[in-house]
Ligand binder design. Structure first.
Ligand code: ZN
Length: 191
């Protein structure tokens, strides 16, 4: 699995994972500096030999639009919920062959619900079909967790594996709890 490069804002806030090629472009263009490199590897880019970047830092502070950060996608939604149906609690690998994980709107769209993080949960197709256009309270179902907007860094790590060096920067900025939660998700995804 290819590991991306962790991009930090000028403030050292972890922003996102970027593909290696894009990280190199930012460095060569002088828009970012390499904070951590993999000493055992070098990459050739634009006729230069550059250390293989693992963590880069943008030279100027970038304001990341909130709208961009908040977009709901199934990839990120399933990662937020630990790849587990939030009604019956079954993880992805316990689903039957014809079942799959889906996006469920807690308050159905047809009843004015919005496609926002606080109104979407991961549901297996069976639970989603059963719930249909009902509210949770109307069909005797129960949510395992209240949906909340996940931290952007949770999401970018949830879908890309981090190296221990990169994890150190996440920990510096967000603390140990976030790192542990993400490692848990990573294991769930791998299983
Ligand atoms: Zn279910």
């Amino acid at each position: 699995m290819t590991v991306g490069c962790l991009a930090l804002n000028a403030s050292y806030e972890p922003l996102t994972m970027v593909p290696l090629k894009r990280a190199l472009r930012l460095v060569i263009d002088g828009k970012a500096e390499i904070v951590e490199a993999d000493a055992s590897r070098a990459v050739r880019a634009a006729r230069l030999s550059v250390p293989h970047p693992v963590v880069i830092r943008l030279r100027t502070f970038v304001h990341v639009p909130r709208r961009f950060r908040r977009q709901v996608t199934n990839t990120f939604l399933f990662a937020r919920d630990g790849y587990r149906c939030q009604y019956c609690g079954r993880p992805n690998d316990a689903l039957r062959p014809r079942e799959s994980l889906t996006r469920d709107h807690v308050i159905p769209i047809s009843r004015g619900g919005l496609n926002v993080w606080t109104n979407v949960v991961t549901a297996c197709s069976t639970c989603n079909t059963r719930k249909a256009n009902h509210l949770v309270s109307e069909c005797g179902m129960q949510l395992l967790t209240e949906p909340a907007e996940p931290h952007f860094v949770h999401l970018s790590w949830a879908v890309r594996r981090l190296t221990p060096t990169q994890a150190r920067y996440i920990r510096l900025f967000y603390g140990e709890t976030v790192v542990r939660e993400l490692a848990r998700n990573d294991r769930l995804r791998a299983s």
